[in-house]
Design a protein around this ligand. Structure first.
Ligand code: M6R
Length: 357
């Protein structure tokens, strides 16, 4: 039920801090140790490479997951769009583990891959919001998201839940392998939950930014480097699917390899600057687009901010920034769609679960 909310999407955006806290509770015991099923732990320990298979927003969460698993657990990870994987299968390693990420657990493109992988005899884990769904039943293991039903077609709380659960899986595997993790993940996720709560309270400011940058435009660009690149793709997907503004998210370094040709007077560019090691270079990209007339907005993180930044996010652990960076992008997409009179929860041509290939 929507309760006092005008749209499920807004309600689901606001639920993200609650979901974060649910995940923290669900995945630790009373001694504050991470709890991941023994068989999943064993599968993570015995594989030599992980193949993440997903579509849309879940694919974007998978990209962040790759970063977390490689950095923390030291296992190589490839992330594949499920529809492509079927006919473009890469050479597999000796002991692969497949991780399917799917909010609904019903995405046909992903299921086709799962069926194939099971025929080949490989182990599969599904990370889903719907335990008991097709992808959950047909895989060997399931990790639940605990996000509660997601009704709006645009995925919001499932994305952040997917990243949080993948972070838990990464740290748990690191612990199991005796690798050092120099931060307390659950504490950091609690900080994330508080940051999310603060951000959901800043809607007026974000609505104002939406008016200033996206009111009449037909297109928009999102740029970022490193983890911010992955979030920029998710920001663009959110904006295009519900507001019908043509949007593209790309790596800051790729600008000069083509896309900059599209920048003209007043083209909106939303730049993400939450990563210290690329802060200087992404700001360089912003200067390049501004020099060509772009209407650029920088969303940065406390500690890395500069005077003219349009929006500053509360500081969170640098591996977990996507969990907070995405919130203003979700809210901006929501207002852009609302201002244009679009059907926010049920955008044209789209279904909540895509059960056809
Ligand atoms: O249920 P799934 O996570 O498998 O769905 C995958 C995509 O269809 C889904 O994320 C889609 O991209 C969303 N509408 C994006 O907001």
């Amino acid at each position: 039920e929507k309760g006092t909310y005008s749209h499920f999407m807004l309600k689901e955006i606001d639920e993200q801090p609650i979901v974060m806290r649910k995940i923290i509770e669900a995945y630790q015991n009373e001694n504050h140790e991470l709890v991941v099923a023994d068989d999943i732990r064993a599968a993570m320990r015995s594989c030599d490479r992980i193949y993440i298979i997903a579509a849309g927003t879940s694919y974007h969460a998978g990209l962040v997951g790759k970063n977390l698993i490689e950095k923390l657990a030291g296992i190589p990870v490839e992330v594949h769009v499920s529809s492509e994987f079927s006919y473009n299968m890469p050479l597999l390693s000796e002991k692969p583990l497949f991780i399917f990420i799917s909010q609904s657990g019903e995405t046909a493109d992903s299921r086709t891959v799962l069926v194939k992988v099971k025929e080949m005899g490989y182990p599969a884990l599904t990370v889903t919001n719907v335990p008991g769904s097709t992808l959950s039943r047909e895989a060997d293991y399931t990790l639940p998201l605990h996000a509660g039903p997601e009704i709006a077609v645009a995925s919001t709380k499932a994305y952040t839940a997917q990243i949080a659960v993948l972070a838990i899986l990464a740290v748990d595997t690191a612990h199991a392998k005796g690798l050092e993790v120099n931060f307390d993940l659950m504490q950091e996720l609690a900080i994330v939950a508080n940051a999310m709560e603060a951000l959901t309270g800043q809607k007026e400011e974000l609505e104002e930014l939406t008016r200033n940058y996206l009111a009449t435009t037909r297109n928009a660009f999102f740029i970022g480097r490193s983890l911010d690149y992955y979030v920029s793709m998710e920001g663009a997907l959110k904006l295009k699917e519900i507001s019908y503004i043509q949007a593209e998210g790309f790596a800051g370094g790729e600008l000069k390899h083509g896309t900059i040709a599209l920048i003209e007077k007043d083209t909106p560019v939303i730049a993400l600057a939450t990563q210290e090691n690329v802060n200087y270079s992404i700001r360089g990209n912003v200067q390049e687009v501004v020099a060509r007339g772009a209407n650029a907005m920088i969303i940065s993180m406390r500690g890395l901010e500069q005077d003219d930044d349009a929006f500053v996010l509360p500081k969170v652990h640098e591996l977990l920034t996507p969990l907070v960076t995405v919130i203003p992008l979700q809210i901006i997409a929501y207002y852009a769609a609302l201002h244009r009179g679009c059907d926010v929860d049920k955008p044209r041509n789209l279904a909540k679960s895509v059960t056809v290939e």
